[in-house]
Design a protein around this ligand. Sequence first.
Ligand code: GAP
Length: 430
Amino acid sequence: MAEKNSELMDKIVSLCKQRGFIFPGSEIYGGLANAWDFGPLGVELKNNLKKHWWKTFVQERMDIVGQDGGIILNPKVWEASGHVAGFSDELIECKNCHNRFRADEIDIKKCPACGKNSWTEPTKFNTMFKTNIGPTEEKSSVAYLRPETAQAIFVDFPTIVQVSRKKLPFGVAQIGKAFRNEITPGNFVFRTREFEQMEIEYFFNPKDGWQKYFDQWLEDLKQWMEKVGIDKSKLNFREIPDGERAHYSQRTIDIEFEFPFGQKELFGLAYRKDYDLAKHKIEYADPETNEKYVPHVIEPSLGVERGLLAILLSAYSEEEVKSEKRVVMKFTKDIAPIKVAVLPLSKKPELEKVAQEIWAGLSKKFMAEYDITGSIGKRYRRQDEIGTPYCVTVDFETLNDQAVTVRDRDTMKQERIKIDKLEAYFKSNL
Ligand code: GAP
């Protein structure tokens, strides 16, 4: 089983590299450990995921607005939020091989690298990345790269209330980079030092009770995960016990996914109480009752790359077709990086001309690709591997009947469609 799992992970990593979804960054300089770049298909996939989240939780809801705060905030934000004092992991070092680990992540009876059992005392290691503002490197110029997007939402809360004219309960959403100087990054894009988060801080009057909001958020997240193609049979909802939760949380559920390297946190849902707003001394005044209070907060927090990895693993499938292996990425249509591929059957100029016109027309409405290289079978296989829902084949008959063959990725069924009906066909199917 373990071997099979690591095999799947290897297949995903190699497909991602080969097809240009995700590959090691700074490669010409030997790479940078655990840093990954997203290629032409990867960035489409990533944008589609973020767009889907934004549409679902911001644009289609009346009770959530968006914002885009800074990566570098006033360092006082991180002092007040408790991150300067408490955003740390316990680091231990093996005295024999000098490898370093997070104390909470390993069984210290045996070093995972050399098998010895001889450790330094654990030391606290703050995982916020430090930088300096301005030309001097002194204590007063120290600043941090944000380790979560959430804090900008908290400190901007009074302004957002004013400009959005929203009344509680309502939420603020943000997507953006976060940085953590992780002791043990790894497992492809699962844990990296630079990553993206999609976070919502949902504010409400504590008199309403928090449980119903928490339950509703869990339900909303479940529905959304299914819509973007995360295999629900691989999900586990873990109640985080007292003592293991982050310093600000009264209740946390880790949404775990069965990754090939183990069941690990995919996303998190936390009840942050009034922890942050109270620390920043922010109150809310109800415009109708004039009641003043510190709102409480439910926080669904999602890592973009972890979400992508779960989607890639859920989408991967192998089938046997005419005794040959067919690899298909069964992305949902919203998430698929390319929606339609236009494939002329031959390089004859009269066919290419028609095919290019079709491509140019479709490109204005759908993310479309044009491919002329290799046999048609090979081109279908490539589109299956990158998860393109439809292929349009332009053949010699097209010149006579003004129609093309449309092939469905999942059923492999082919349909003849008139060129002037193509746009309407994809509008209703994509
Ligand atoms: N604002 C709450 C917060 O940041 P978290 O559980 O520390 O909570 C939220 O992080 C999510 O961000 C995680 O569930 C995960 O999806 C993602 N994440 C956290 N650290 C990460 C890392 N080093 N690499 C990739 N994703 C990470």
